[in-house]
Design a protein around this ligand. Structure first.
Ligand SMILES: [Zn+2]
Length: 223
């Protein structure tokens, strides 16, 4: 039994290719392979502390976990991090999840600001629905605290159906506004581009940690 587990551990470092050509990694909790960028990557600091690698390319050996609370908690419970790094490492069980969410949120907001400066995002419902932008939209981000009435008024069904646009729940109006150097911001459209891809990826990981669920990888990343 122990031998079998060890050989699976070895597999974590192996890179497999999906049809799309992107690297897959195995979650140390559920043992399923997913695209690396959809997973949470962890590394060990020189002081032997387990650290969340928000950007996903810190040097050294990495361990991957699905971005949902089930796999994350199972990894802690089964001491899968220690097993994966083959030794005693310091895992801050109590605060790790909070710090992961904070790291992701921070990066989402930072990249929103960058996307805005680079002309890769459009703000406000009216602008989002203009024809000249609708072809370029990759995702629409709606602040989670936007009033129910405003959400009902938003009609992005056509965009979703005809342009394959993803609609995501984002940080608060206040935080999105701050990130963009504006007042309260409830709706942001991300236009196709690299920064947008990064924001979408982080938003999905952040969302699924906020609302534990297992649907993320299957639905979004293999779709
Ligand atoms: Zn998993």
């Amino acid at each position: 039994m122990e031998m079998a587990i060890l050989s699976q551990d070895e597999q974590e470092q192996e890179v497999t290719q999906t049809d799309a050509g992107s690297a897959c990694r195995i979650c140390i909790a559920c043992r399923k392979a997913y695209e690396a960028e959809s997973l949470l990557r962890f590394v060990v600091s020189p002081r032997l502390e387990l650290v969340f690698d928000v950007k996903g390319y810190a040097p050294g050996r990495g361990a991957y976990v699905c971005a949902n609370e089930n796999c994350f908690q199972n990894a802690l419970k089964k001491r899968a991090f220690n097993r994966s790094f083959k030794g005693s490492i310091l895992v801050d069980d109590a605060n790790l999840l909070t710090s992961i969410k904070e790291n992701l949120l921070h990066r989402i907001l930072e990249n929103l600001g960058l996307a805005y400066c680079a002309g890769q995002c459009v703000v406000g419902r009216t602008k989002v629905q203009e024809d000249r932008v609708s072809d370029k939209i990759k995702a629409i981000v709606i602040a989670y605290d936007l009033s129910e009435r405003s959400v009902t008024e938003l009609d992005f069904d056509e965009l979703k159906q005809t342009k394959d646009v993803v609609v995501l729940t984002g940080p608060s109006k206040n935080l999105m506004g701050q990130a963009l150097g504006r007042s309260l911001t409830g709706v942001v459209a991300l236009l196709k581009g690299r920064i947008s891809d990064r924001i979408i990826c982080d938003l999905l990981r952040w969302q699924f940690l906020k609302n534990p669920g297992e649907r993320m990888n299957e639905e979004i990343f293999n779709g």
